[in-house]
Design a binder for this molecule. Structure first.
Ligand code: HEM
Length: 511
């Protein structure tokens, strides 16, 4: 009995010492406090304080209350909002070893969406996929797509001349054709590629599954184990349908390219190049997923950016006129602009920056997950914190003295303002190791589409049959990974008969 009591005493002392050491270590780590932020409520944290629409505006208001780093707890998730360029640069670029992971979602994982490069965990799979993409869209290689981008743009202009009211469809087809040609080699002449609608549908599944809180099971993982006979429990069914759709659209286009290659009918593309290589080397299992990543990440972002441009042109006709004047001065009216003209078009280049700034495509960047606890500016940032750069706030900077809500390329021209605005190329395409690999390709597509549209078409607010302007305020996707306008009505017409002739003449040169 006495021995038992001694045993008990020794074990208790041992536990106490362990607890004390653990407590000391924790205190050492936590000698720094968490960054300031709204006081969390029991269980839900600040869930009710963050609006569903345009949360970046609320985060920007919090900067005034709490400063550049704002720590928010929502339904058990820890969020850190970065409100200044210095912290984005320091954490996402200089400390990218720790800050390059992505948050993980149960539904997305089950559906296979984490095989998509943009949502993949930071590790060997991501590194290999990124290497594959780099070879196809790096700054040098993208020059070989110039003629493709010029040809697709010409076809887009011809479609606009023939059927201007279908501008939204034409635009979507144009950006889809550029990215599908580069990725799979699908011909730009196909009026409506069979895959485009399916890609768009999967995009919706993807975007839903990577938004925190879209599926209850992501917040309460135990729900996954509910038996299927429980009424209203469709969690596993939804996951299985999503998994099959995603797997189908990832693999089917690759099978088609393989077939086309056997018949000698497949043009060079990301997929065909790598299929040829993998015959001689080892097979690349990642190929279908990486190809899908390029298409998914590259299509809507580019068309969304063009929608912002069209919105801006209709609202700011005087800017549109100044852009056109520059093109006429430099390029003339006898031909369409080309990539060789870009260096001589400072106002156009400033206007493209302004498109990226005016309504940024990713107002909160793409979220990162902190892999190890960190200390920054004297604050403790726990492991697993989801880190979001408030890019929207950067885009509202007022250093140039020009109202951030105005669409004014002048803010980027030192010939017009004492201090130019922050360059959007430093934030619109993300940061550090996970920065957008497709930015050079995207920027070239935007340049070609913007310049050619301004040279040949006049964009204005829609009018009724009496010529009276209709109310014009296109709604934007209010939250999630990307924000750009939903398809909207706008008036578009050729600037002159000569412009129509130039477009038609150029169309005949496309083989
Ligand atoms: C104007 C059009 C585009 C915009 C505004 C844009 C913006 C972005 C942003 C903000 C990110 C997140 C970067 C980060 O985490 O810091 C990203 C990632 C990515 N973008 Fe783009 N992008 C565009 C076009 C493209 C194109 C054409 C491609 C095709 C190659 C592409 C491929 C990707 C991929 C694969 C990722 C994921 C990278 C990773 O997680 O490692 N993007 N993009």
């Amino acid at each position: 009995m006495a021995l038992h009591a001694l045993d008990w005493l020794v074990s208790s002392l041992f536990v106490l010492v362990l607890w004390w050491i653990g407590h000391r270590l924790l205190r050492q780590n936590r000698s720094h406090s968490l960054p300031p932020g709204p006081p969390p409520k029991l269980l839900i944290g600040s869930y009710l304080d963050v609006p569903k629409a345009e949360p970046w505006k609320k985060f920007s208001q919090w900067r005034k209350l709490y400063g550049d780093l704002v720590y928010v707890q929502i339904l058990g998730n820890k969020l850190l909002i970065l409100n200044d360029m210095e912290s984005m640069h320091e954490l996402l670029e200089k400390r990218s070893q720790k800050y390059s992971d992505r948050p993980s979602f149960l539904m997305a994982k089950y559906m296979g969406i984490e095989n998509n490069l943009a949502f993949a965990s930071y590790g060997p799979y991501w590194r290999q996929a990124r290497k594959l993409i780099h070879g196809t869209v790096n700054q040098e290689v993208v020059k070989k797509y110039h003629s493709l981008q010029e040809n697709v743009t010409t076809k887009f202009l011809k479609d606009l001349v023939e059927c201007p009211s279908e501008i939204m469809t034409h635009l979507h087809m144009a950006t889809a054709h550029i990215i599908a040609s580069i990725t799979y080699g699908f011909s730009i002449d196909t009026p409506s590629n069979v895959y485009f609608d399916e890609f768009a549908e999967t995009e919706r599944i993807v975007l839903k599954s990577v938004v925190p809180g879209a599926y209850l099971v992501d917040m309460i993982p135990q729900l996954w184990y509910l038996p299927s006979w429980v009424p209203y429990n469709s969690i596993r069914q939804t996951a299985e349908i999503g998994r099959q759709r995603v797997s189908d659209i990832v693999h089917r286009p690759i099978e088609q390219v393989e077939q086309d290659m056997k018949q000698g009918a497949s043009p060079a593309s990301f997929v065909s190049d790598h299929l040829m290589e993998s015959r001689s080397e080892k097979g690349i299992e990642q190929l279908p997923w990486v190809a899908w990543s390029i298409y998914e990440a590259g299509n809507d972002t580019t068309s969304g950016t063009m929608l912002v441009f069209i919105h801006a042109m209709a609202c700011f006709p005087e800017v549109q006129n100044r852009m056109r004047e520059e093109i006429y001065r430099v390029v003339g009216t006898d031909r369409l602009p080309s990539f060789a003209d870009r260096g001589r078009l400072p106002y156009i280049n400033a206007a493209i920056k302004e498109v990226y700034r005016w309504k940024p495509n990713s107002p909160l960047g793409a979220p990162r997950k902190l892999q190890d606890a960190d200390v920054y500016r004297g604050y403790y940032i726990p492991k697993g914190t989801i880190v979001m750069p408030n890019v929207w706030l950067l885009s509202r900077d007022q250093d140039s003295g020009i109202d951030p809500e105005a669409f004014s390329p002048e803010r980027f021209l030192d010939t017009h303002v004492k201090k130019t605005a922050i360059d959007p190329y430093s934030y619109a395409f993300g940061f550090g190791r996970r920065m957008c690999p497709g930015r050079f390709l995207a920027d070239n597509s935007v340049f070609m589409l913007v310049t050619s549209m301004v040279a040949t078409m006049r964009i204005s607010k829609p009018k009724d049959s009496h010529g009276v302007e209709k109310p014009f305020n296109p709604p934007y996707i209010p939250a999630g990974l990307a924000s750009f306008p939903y398809p909207f009505e706008v008036d578009i017409e050729p600037v002159s008969d000569k412009a129509v002739a130039v477009v038609k003449g150029r169309t005949t040169t496309i083989d």
